[in-house]
Design a binder for this molecule. Sequence first.
Ligand SMILES: *Cc1c(COP(=O)(O)O)cnc(C)c1O
Length: 576
Amino acid sequence: MGSSALPVSLRSKLQKARALSQWQTVSYNLNILRHIIFALFILGIVRRSFYFLRGHGILGSISVFYHALHKRLYRIFLSLPGIRSKVDKKIASASKELEEKLVGNQPDTNRYRKLPKEPWTPEQLRTELAQLTNMKRTRWEEGKVSGAVYHGGNELLDIQAEAMKLFSVSNPIHADVFPAVRKMEAEVVAMVLSMFNAPEHAAGATTSGGTESILMACLSARNKARAERRVTAPEMIVPSTAHAAFHKAGQYFGIKVHLVYCPEPTYTVPIAKVRRLINPNTILLVGSAPNYPHGNVDDIPTISRLALQYKIPLHVDCCLGSFLMPCLAKAGFPSPYADEGGFDFKLPGVTSISVDTHKYGFAPKGNSCILYRNKSLRQYQYFISPDWSGGVYGSPSIAGSRAGALIAGAWASMMAVGEKGYIDATHKIVSTRITIQNAIKEHPVLKETLAVMGDPPVSVIAFESIDKAIDIYDIADAMSAKGWHLNSVQNPPGLHVAVTLPMTKDGAVDNLIEDLVAVVRAEQERVVEAAKSGGALEKTRKKGRQAQLYGVAGSLPDKSIVERMVVAYLDTLYLA
Ligand SMILES: *Cc1c(COP(=O)(O)O)cnc(C)c1O
């Protein structure tokens, strides 16, 4: 008997009941689903909390929360009306000062904000260019600049200019049009690979600089983890002394950065802390050889073992170490961790290395290499767009078109300097670093106030003030006043010198030490005077730029004031 034979009222009741029971089933299933989703959600939170607690420890976790709260409250305080206007005024005056320093101190230069109506003659251009090279600036030629110019020898500069001129129109994106540039790029990579004990199937690429090399290593590791392990919330574990480029990579590519503080006395990354932070989302471990702030080399052999044990890629940042690190032993200096496998591909856990040919490779600026243990890792950095309307497209790194001239410049530099030249340069540079280090350790004036941070093996050395009454940034400012361009580092406060070839010239390092002694002695005398006159130490401080930036602004829990000062600086760079 079909339902149609039933009385209408009953039929509709039955239909309703059936619909209801269907709805109940659906709603029951939905309920289960809701519970499952809720459980997964809670599980996710529990899991993340577990890894957070394990990574930071209970006290560490409390400290992280405390600092976050402190920062938040401070930010609210800074946004209060009265305070806010004060801060705005300060920033405005700092901007003005910056503009004065960077743009305003060149009264006799012309300014151009529009194309010249008539083309300039070559003569006109040459005159103007010559004037531009004579603008008031720090004399790197006299070895007064830390880092920045790594070689600077005229003969090499001429060869580079010649090579770059010959290939100035070239662009490796058109490999068939510019076969020589393709060949030179491949050879630069091969030569650099061979310096870092690369295994047979190793691969690499040239990039525009150390930052791009590091970006590529992080991107490759992220893409590998996504493809092979389905990691969607990638994290990397980075020593606090590693280069800012890792933070840039984190920001650009959505990788969470776990920062591991590198404490005294070695200032290298504590391995136990790295191990505790490893979790299923970890896509990359990082070590520096050496790091920028203090020139120390992390314990790469031990990190390599961790990387193997947990099957996580390990990037070694040898951007700064560049060609010095592989030449240390040949130049007669101890090479870090030589008995434990060193710092390069000889260690089986090392999967990528960044090497700046434009630092101690002496190539023109705009050159670096990223090296990988195998081709598959390199492929993970490639960009491929098979159905772009402009045609099938692929590029190895960030840029599309690239300067073939720079590749020619790098290739020519490497051939012109040769292994012998690099070993020789290593000898000069590392010897000079040792001279500075010995002065800090042994000079009666310096050793009283300064201490070397860690045990730097290559070209960089940093020192801090061990006298509570003397601020290292006052020493930095006083050295600036004497024409030196050294670099301030922070957390903890210090002053860094990267020795380059100009500083190895006769007399340069003696001048540096002499000026440093004079500056430190003056500070020591100021402290003594202040004590005599009853504690006017703060009043007699000069408070130069470094002291201002790292002093008051730097000590605030919330960095928004420093951030605004950096924005002002970057804006100033574009004042024409
Ligand atoms: C210089 C440097 C880099 C990369 O810097 P670029 O300015 O982009 O070439 C990376 N790591 C360290 C340790 C460096 O000193």
